[in-house]
Design a binder for this molecule. Structure first.
Ligand SMILES: CC(=O)SCCNC(=O)CCNC(=O)[C@H](O)C(C)(C)COP(=O)(O)OP(=O)(O)OC[C@H]1O[C@@H](n2cnc3c(N)ncnc32)[C@H](O)[C@@H]1OP(=O)(O)O
Ligand SMILES: CC(C)C(=O)C(=O)O
Ligand SMILES: [Mg+2]
Length: 611
């Protein structure tokens, strides 16, 4: 095993047109009883140089993250530009090779988000710099917009696609197969003509497309200059053996395929996306398209953490030595960030990142774990950035300082600095003054509330509740322009009264769709985390997939506090801030899109807020 590991390190730099970046990545993991062990590592790997159409090491699998594009297509997962930028930074820390930052032609907001992310990764000299990719249909406008958005990146990529299955060509595109081939060929050539040296092409619905037709269209786009051929199972229809065979057949029969990278893109309609992705990689794909937490259109995409950990855990033994450049210790942070921003909660039994993924409840398992951890764990929690408090020496309390808090947060997988650390520190001090023991879960709740929030338009300053036969609440909110607003209301309970008081100030008609609260720690002094989902009644719209009707979008917000009313109001105000951010954005893009200002008459919201 040691010799096969060392061969990676010995790979010579390639004469790339692209600048070389040698980046040390995680040590190789040797396997003892099925459990990876860093202690046994014999050498460090180098991430192979980036050349669009070639990977110098045949065992290296590129990770293409599409959380910000396909992931955002999950119903309700709309993210602000600031949130997307934060996720992109975390994806870079994680070490993903390619970030698909969005679909620039779909809206001005998406264009700006992709452009901002591309600019963020314009500097090739500082650490790992991912490729920044923008999606485009096969038309000149989409491709131009994509290029305009990504060209600032040090490694820009255009990803263009067109459907190749009979049903899509006939009923959706209303094009003949020959027209589709010509469109694909000419648009890939057009993307190259703009100066983009890295062009990915996807035959959408490849999983249900005719094989011979795939070989033909893929051969044509290779001649036109495509550097990566992505094979999407767009409707998650194939079984793992079939998808593996599809990749093998494409590899064996497409003219010129040896000059490009084959990629997978597996949707999860039958719950097979991870299995299909691994089967694809085993059959020769060297790029895999994934999302954090597996979010994405309908049932989602293959999840990054599952695919990466499967390759890390079994790559050497079962996948002919495949490996990735992911620093898996950043997985937990990335997962929590995406959970917060997208509002899509992770099921407790989700592989790798679910709350129960490393929990052992039953006696026989607990007995086994106490005797030897490998009995019931194939992955170490630390490998994904999960460190429990009882394994660390730092005990936080009201006398702790910023250094200890920063170090503790790092242990928990949160790399926080600057203003974010300062804000978290003041919240932490406030809680520490009232609470004897601060647990890891308390800290995670605080960081979610303090750091993972949209730009503040309204900030909750205070809330007090009373009861005079009816529940009453008084809230004090501060607007971003500094104005203080105080209002009171009655309600059926303190939370209802407080929400009504907030409504009197913010004056945006919304419906509360969901409200949930959980005490994240035990005892009377537990921190309560609240999550709400609201829908604007006259606001940001999306198109309903079945009816085609315009429906109002939902926005989520979370809050945390030892006081349940404060926790609830924080969550509500955070959701309102998210909604207002989108309203402002729409208003800037198209003054006719939202009637809200004329009707609501709340001038405070007109201030342009660039997320
Ligand atoms: C499988 C996937 O995940 S594909 C990515 C899906 N993501 C999204 O659609 C999210 C963003 N989309 C949007 O914001 C909008 O759909 C837009 C802005 C891109 C387009 O909006 P509209 O111009 O109003 O078109 P609409 O979405 O209603 O219809 C799509 C049109 O594109 C055409 N089209 C679809 N795919 C492609 C393609 N790959 N290449 C060229 N044309 C295409 C359709 O045939 C249809 O054309 P038609 O208007 O001549 O019938
Ligand atoms: C745009 C393509 C790659 C896609 O998301 C799909 O086919 O699922
Ligand atoms: Mg998809």
């Amino acid at each position: 095993m040691a010799s096969s590991i060392c061969k990676h390190a010995a790979i010579a730099p390639s004469p790339a047109a692209f600048r070389s970046t040698k980046i040390p990545i995680l040590p190789v993991y040797l396997f003892r009883n099925g459990r990876p062990s860093t202690a046994a590592a014999c050498c460090s790997l180098l991430r192979p140089h980036y050349i669009p159409n070639h990977i110098p090491d045949p065992n290296y699998v590129r990770i293409f993250d599409t959380t910000l594009r396909d992931g955002e297509q999950s119903p309700g997962a709309t993210m602000t530009t600031k949130e997307k930028l934060n996720i992109a930074r975390q994806l870079a820390r994680l070490g993903v090779d390619i970030i698909e930052a969005g679909f620039p032609a779909s809206s001005d907001a998406d264009f700006e988000a992709v452009q901002l992310i591309a600019r963020e990764f314009a500097n090739v000299d500082s650490g790992h710099v991912p490729v920044i990719c923008g999606l485009a249909r096969c038309n000149k406008r989409d491709i131009q917009r994509s290029w305009e958005a990504v060209k600032h990146a040090s490694k820009p990529r255009i990803h263009t696609f067109i459907a190749t299955s009979q049903i899509h060509m006939e009923f959706k595109l209303k094009m003949t197969p020959d027209q589709v081939v010509e469109k694909a060929r000419s648009m890939v050539a057009y993307a190259r003509s703009l100066g983009c040296q890295d062009v990915e092409f996807s035959p959408e619905d490849a999983g249900r497309s005719d094989r011979e037709f795939l070989y033909q269209i893929l051969g044509e786009v290779i001649k036109a200059g495509a550097t990566t051929l992505n094979i999407p199972d767009t409707v998650g229809y194939t079984l793992p053996a079939e998808f593996g065979q599809l990749i093998a057949d494409i590899k064996a029969n497409t003219p010129g395929i040896e000059n490009v990278i084959i990629s997978t893109h597996c949707q999860n309609d039958l719950g097979l996306s991870t299995a299909n992705t691994i089967a694809g990689a085993y059959s020769g794909a060297r790029q895999v398209e994934v999302t954090i937490n597996g979010i994405g259109e309908r049932a989602g995409n293959a999840s990054l953490e599952e695919v990466v950990m499967a390759i890390k855990c079994r790559g050497e033994q079962a996948l002919d030595g495949l490996y990735t450049g992911i620093n898996t210790q950043h997985i937990v942070m990335a997962s929590k960030m995406v959970e917060e921003y997208s509002g899509l909660r992770i099921q407790p039994h989700k592989a790798i990142v679910g709350a129960n993924a490393f929990a052992h409840e039953s006696g026989i398992h607990q007995d086994g774990m106490l005797k030897h951890k490998n009995t019931y764990e194939i992955i170490s929690p630390e490998d994904i950035g999960l460190v429990r408090s009882n394994e660390s020496g730092i005990v936080l309390g009201k006398l702790s300082g910023r250094h200890a808090l920063k170090a503790k947060m790092l242990e928990l997988g949160y790399d926080i600095d600057g203003k974010e650390l300062d804000d978290l520190f003041s919240r932490f001090k406030a809680v520490a003054g009232n609470k004897k023991n601060i647990s890891d879960d308390d800290l995670v709740a605080l960081v979610s509330d303090e750091v993972f929030q949209p730009q503040t338009i309204w900030k909750l300053e205070d809330v007090t509740c009373g009861s005079l036969g009816l529940s009453t609440a008084t809230v004090k909110l501060i607007h971003t322009n500094g104005d203080e607003h105080i209002s009171c209301s009655v309600g059926t309970g303190p939370v209802d009264a407080a929400y009504k008081a907030v409504d009197l100030v913010v004056k945006v008609p919304v419906t509360l769709l969901e409200y949930s609260m959980s005490g994240v720690t035990e005892g009377i002094d537990a921190i309560a985390t609240t999550r709400v989902l609201i829908r604007g009644e006259d606001s940001v719209t999306a198109t309903h997939a079945y009816t085609g009707e315009s429906v109002n979008r939902a926005f989520s917000g979370t809050g945390a506090s030892m006081d349940i009313v404060i926790s609830s109001v924080r969550a509500y105000v955070n959701a309102l801030n998210k909604l207002l951010g989108f309203k402002n954005r729409l208003k800037t893009e198209d003054p006719n899109k939202s009637k809200w200002e004329e009707e609501g008459g709340e001038t405070a919201f007109v201030t342009s807020s660039i997320y």
